[in-house]
Design a protein around this ligand. Structure first.
Ligand code: HEC
Ligand code: HEC
Length: 181
């Protein structure tokens, strides 16, 4: 009898972990879809000042490649995108819709690694990606990275032609997409 209960409990636990992973994977696939659409909007409307890879072209514009302003609350960033800010950041509320504006926040956080992720990682991680290795530096520390680190145990990313900045960009990309909300 006890044995049956234990086996049932184990089966249940396995089913729950399985569904938690499935939910994570579904979120990952959904975010990749949002990114694809967001890229087009960003490149058309934002890249002239904020840069195609997040390195700002206009000196007054925050540099998304370095994560500038991106730790602010979602609502504050959304407000700036809607209403504009100062002399140079235009309002977007009459140009793109609310969901598109929200996708711009996701994209600003992901922009630097976007193309590289597509080029190098997407072929294997289009359906899922496991958590980043716990030794991966936090976003603020990424700029102090001096040597390539291996962010994927199944490949030799650090031995490939990836520069330190490129690795940092891809890490930001993965973190942005894994962020809740
Ligand atoms: C003409 C140049 C220009 C364009 C185009 C532009 N921005 Fe900006 N953006 C700026 C400048 C300059 C700032 C800094 C404003 C300030 O703090 O005074 C800024 C700030 C921001 C911020 C920081 C918000 C905050 O609350 O600190 C975000 C996010 C942002 N822009 C997103 C976007 C998005 C998304 C687009 C396209 C839909 C876009 N920008 C298009 C110039 C531009
Ligand atoms: C040839 C296929 C392949 C490529 C290319 C690839 N990965 Fe992976 N990656 C895997 C596999 C397989 C795993 C093991 C877990 C799994 O099955 O998802 C993994 C694991 C990971 C993990 C979990 C932590 C770890 O060290 O195992 C991360 C994070 C990751 N990959 C990120 C990336 C990034 C970022 C890129 C692109 C720069 C990339 N991967 C390119 C196949 C690949």
């Amino acid at each position: 009898m006890n044995r049956v209960i234990i086996i049932l409990a184990l089966l249940l636990a396995a089913a729950f972990t399985g569904s938690a992973f499935a939910a994570e994977d579904a979120k990952w696939v959904e975010k990749l879809e949002i990114i694809k659409k967001a890229r087009a909007i960003y490149e058309e409307n934002c890249a002239a000042c904020h840069g195609f890879d997040g390195n700002s072209v206009l000196p007054e514009a925050p540099n998304f490649a370095k994560g500038e302003r991106l730790d602010k609350k979602e609502e504050e960033l959304l407000k700036t995108i809607k209403e504009g800010k100062g002399e140079l950041m235009p309002p977007w509320k009459d140009v793109i819709n609310e969901d598109e504006m929200k996708s711009m926040i996701l994209y600003a956080r992901a922009v630097t690694g976007d193309k590289l992720f597509e080029e190098i990682c997407l072929e294997c991680h289009s359906q899922s990606i496991p958590p980043l290795n716990s030794k991966t530096p936090s976003n603020d520390k990424l700029k102090d990275l001096t040597e390539p680190i291996n962010i994927c145990s199944k490949t030799n990313i650090d031995d490939e032609e990836m520069e330190v900045e490129e690795i940092a960009g891809v890490v930001r990309f993965v973190r942005a997409l894994k962020r809740e909300k």
